[in-house]
Design a protein around this ligand. Structure first.
Ligand code: ATP
Length: 479
């Protein structure tokens, strides 16, 4: 986007907020904005007066209709922010001590969500048309070619828009025993199916689209992998509401509940971390094997509640209701969109695990790359959760109790505003114990975490490189 003239904003940021330098050329206390007409100001409230915390061009173009900088956002009572659209307008904030409303974060977000929803709808329609067209082509081909031959259409290749096969299960064959989990969309039962102990995910009525979206991921070709929960099939419920997904039963429950109950030694810690990152790496991979194609998938809601632990101490990924499939349909690249919730909003994952760029709403959610980078940020938080329960990494072998990321700093119910302030503005991350620097493999771990949760999404590691780094760690721990 080009602007008639470049916006000039007052510039004053503490050294640790380097990323504001990237939003334009800085000369002394003036910044010439590269991509925006909006200046932003952050002020701390000290003794009831606003004191400059950071002034700069906004990092991304936002809606900034005001000529003067009116306090709009308030984070945790101490920090206020404003955006405005005239030169140097951010150097003074209009602030009324009575001001209370933290709405603009919400309105920016809603604005972004509305844009993203419009894009999503357009993509959905496009994808739908492409799928119909491709299916017709496949059907016509099948009719023409009998028996299948190596023809011009694809050398008896699986049509890349299709899943391997649908594994329809007769729900009468499932013997449910007890409920083991209540999710937002489904209740999960422990049960028996054809002699095996299984988990039965029973989607509540009204969530058929979430059921379909998740089933679609499980039924992609080549989805069988040790790091992804094994899918046995799915069934329809009488009346057409919801549906059932039958999965391998993970004996130790979610990673979150496992870490609440257990500390681990170094060997087990490494096993959890490696299997976790191998699972994500596989999910992200785009694979062609024989005639099959597994497209890349971004998880979209990667958290310790969406990872299960098996009896052998390995992690498996589950809950793909928020996932995005990046795939090729008849030569066209297309993305399956996020599922939407009841209000028609995008389902964007768990707040606490959202990367800064998604919290702030500053990225294009239809970009698969950005969704994968979001998964890596969350992977960093998950690795931190696992490492913080490793008794070999703490004095006297006593690891602290399990805490969710940012739980000690922002509490058990961190709000979007508090996360935006802490994660995006203050650029804070879960604290890594200082003494790890002195441990034999401590600095590698420290670097691994910081390279996963980097503020700059492009600077984050990829999942295969996380696997490699973990692979270079010694399996035996010596302090
Ligand atoms: N394969 C499994 N083996 C054992 N327990 C499972 C299994 N799958 C799910 N669970 C349990 O059921 C809970 C809910 O499952 P899941 O996260 O898939 O449901 P959901 O409705 O999509 O949840 P969310 O609210 O996180 O979106 C999990 O937290 C876990 O305790």
């Amino acid at each position: 986007q080009s602007f008639p003239h470049k916006r000039r904003c007052a510039f004053q940021v503490p050294p640790e907020k380097l990323r504001y330098r990237t939003s334009g050329n800085v000369t002394g206390s003036v910044q010439l904005c590269d991509n925006t007409q909006c200046c932003v100001g952050y002020y701390q409230i000290i003794d009831d007066r606003p004191v400059v915390d950071a002034l700069a061009c906004d990092i991304v173009e936002k809606y900034c209709p005001d000529a003067t900088c009116n306090a709009q956002m308030r984070f945790g009572g101490h920090l206020i922010a404003c955006v405005c659209n005239t030169d140097f307008c951010n150097s003074n904030i209009n602030w009324n001590p009575e001001f209370e409303e933290p709405q603009p974060t919400y309105s920016y977000f809603v604005d972004d969500i509305m844009k993203a929803t419009a894009i999503t709808v357009a993509l959905l329609v496009l994808c739908f048309l492409l799928i119909i067209a491709a299916k017709w082509r496949c059907l016509l081909k099948k009719k023409k070619v009998n028996p299948p031959s190596h023809d011009d259409y694809g050398v008896s290749r699986l049509c890349s828009c299709q899943t391997t096969k649908t594994s329809e299960i007769d729900i009468a064959d499932i013997d449910r025993q007890q409920i083991v989990g209540h999710g937002y969309f489904a209740n999960v039962w422990k049960g028996k199916y054809k002699g095996s102990i299984v988990a039965v995910k029973d989607f509540n009525d009204g969530w058929k689209h979430t059921f379909t979206a998740e089933k679609e991921v499980y039924e992609l070709p080549l989805m069988n992998h040790a790091g992804i929960v094994h899918y046995l099939g799915s069934g329809s419920k009488p009346g057409g509401g919801g549906g059932l997904i039958v999965l391998q039963f993970a004996e130790c429950g979610t990673l979150h509940s496992y870490l609440c109950k257990h500390t681990t030694n170094w060997m087990l810690t490494l096993k959890l971390c490696q299997s976790l990152s191998q699972g994500l790496s596989y999910l992200h991979s785009d694979l062609h094997e024989h005639d099959l194609h597994k497209p890349s998938v971004a998880h979209g809601d990667f958290s310790s509640s969406n990872v299960l632990v098996r009896a052998d101490g390995t992690c498996v990924l589950c809950d793909f209701g928020c996932s995005t499939i990046l795939r090729c349909c008849s030569g066209h690249r297309s993305w399956r969109s996020h599922t939407t919730n009841m209000e028609g909003h995008l389902r964007l994952g768990t707040l606490r695990y959202m990367p800064p760029e998604i919290l702030e709403g500053s990225v294009n959610l239809s970009s698969s790359r950005c969704l994968m980078q979001g998964d890596i940020y969350a992977l960093g938080l998950l690795l931190w959760e696992i490492l913080m329960r490793c008794s070999d990494l703490f004095d006297g072998g006593v690891a602290p109790q399990h805490l969710l990321p940012y739980e000690s700093e922002l509490g058990a119910h961190a709000t979007r505003d508090s996360l935006i302030q802490y994660v995006c503005h203050l650029e804070e991350r879960p604290s890594i114990p200082k003494h790890w620097e002195l441990l034999p493999q401590g600095s590698v771990l420290q670097e691994l975490l910081t390279d996963c949760w980097d503020c700059d999404a492009d600077a984050r590691l990829t999942a295969p490189s996380v696997v490699n780094r973990l692979g270079s760690l010694q399996p035996c721990y010596s302090s």
